[in-house]
Design a protein around this ligand. Structure first.
Ligand SMILES: *Cc1c(COP(=O)(O)O)cnc(C)c1O
Length: 384
């Protein structure tokens, strides 16, 4: 039986999908293919369809197969970064004059791509709180967008959107429903099974998982859209290189166990912070006090490794972010090491003053897989 059997469990797919042993040597780990070009048996006689590294590479194919299997989609495509994946998706799905309805606390770079790169080419942008389906219904009734774009849990306020409910609203209006699944990963949530049309990833984060490789991916079922995306991937060229693809594949193999530990650690830190009197609010969907808790419990297998907290002022928040020791002050998220980020001046500086701005009191934590006692002690001393 093939090691890639789509009926297998997620942890098995993470290890085996796209990872058949090398038929010539038996190498259990498929080799990394660095070759930029592939010999032809007579003109046009390709072996396995490979011709040139931008159009296709076996190591990239392995990654694409692995990610598609995890998300349960027919087509997986990988890119040089998450934003390269988003750019290709938006250009494949939209024409000048079309509109995107975007969640109000999405990744700052997604807002910037739409507002500053695609808007000058005639793409319109409206922003709404996607976790409020009544607000989404009203926005769609006012004018039907071509794309609904949501992150759930959102960044950095960890709002939870009902993906099935959103998909129903989007599909009634004829819109493409896109879920950025970077925070949850397929280990915790599978948007296509809930009705979404396209899943977006920054594989730089949890999928790669070790803060050592930048990448992005799209997964979808629709053949016609996948063909357009595949054409742009090839024709515009923002592909993942073989070493990047291989590192990402290697990271993904441990996704399931990592997400379990990330979630356990984040849950413990969220509970500690909630009981601390210097903390005015904790944003973590695993807390019963979170407005999206019940929905998250239905929609997600666990609650993930991301959480945010609000302190009493912007100055307090900045001081906290600069006082942790084990949590390193850095952008990005989703690696095995814990990171602290001050969104207003770091990850979300590009959306300051827009509808997507983040309150100045908020600090975001990407909780790693270190020993929980050390993480708790670090947070406690930084608050003290
Ligand atoms: C980082 C991130 C992106 C952008 O991905 P890059 O790999 O940095 O281009 C998109 N969405 C979310 C949720 C992210 O965290």
């Amino acid at each position: 039986m093939s090691t890639h059997d789509s009926a297998r469990g997620l942890a098995s797919l993470a290890v085996h999908a796209g990872q058949e042993f090398d038929p010539t040597t038996g190498a259990v780990i498929p080799p990394v293919h660095f070759s930029t070009t592939f010999a032809q048996d007579g003109i046009g006689g390709l072996r396995g369809g490979y011709e040139y590294g931008r159009s296709g590479n076996p190591t990239r194919t392995a990654l694409q197969t692995q990610i598609a299997a995890l998300e349960g989609g027919a087509h997986g495509l990988s890119f040089a970064s998450g934003l390269a994946a988003e750019d290709v998706l938006l250009r494949a799905a939209l024409q000048p004059g079309d509109e995107v309805l975007l969640g109000n606390d999405v990744y700052g770079g997604t807002h910037r791509l739409l507002a500053r790169v695609l808007a000058p080419w005639g793409v319109k942008l409206r922003v709404v709180d996607m976790s409020d389906l009544d607000a989404v219904r009203a926005a769609v009734a006012e004018r039907a967008p071509q794309v609904l774009w949501v992150e759930t849990p959102s960044n950095p306020l960890l709002r939870i959107t009902d993906i099935a409910g959103l998909a129903a609203i989007g599909h009634d209006a004829g819109a493409l429903v896109v879920v950025d699944n970077t925070f949850a990963t397929p280990a915790l949530q599978r948007p296509l099974a809930l009705g979404a049309d396209v899943v977006v990833h920054s594989t730089t984060k949890y999928l790669g998982g070790h803060s050592d490789v930048v990448g992005g991916a799209l997964v979808l079922d629709d053949d016609a859209l996948a063909e357009k995306i595949g054409f742009l991937q090839y024709a515009a060229g923002a592909v993942s290189g073989p070493m990047d693809a291989w590192l990402t594949t290697r990271g993904i193999k441990t996704l399931d166990v990592r997400m379990q530990r990330h979630s356990e650690n984040a849950g413990a830190i969220a509970a500690f912070l909630e009981s601390h009197d210097r903390v005015s609010r904790v944003f973590y969907p695993g807390l019963a006090s979170h407005p999206g808790h019940e929905l998250a419990a239905r929609q997600m297998r666990r609650f993930g490794g991301m959480l945010s907290l609000a302190l009493e002022s912007g100055a307090e928040a900045r001081r906290f972010a600069e006082s942790t020791r084990l949590f390193q002050l850095a952008e990005s998220l989703g690696g095995v090491e814990s990171l602290v980020n001050y969104p207003d001046a770091m990850t979300h500086a590009s959306v300051r003053g827009t509808e997507a701005a983040v309150p100045v009191e908020v600090v975001r934590l990407s909780v790693g897989i270190e020993s929980i006692d050390d993480l708790l002690a670090d947070v406690e001393q930084a608050l003290g």
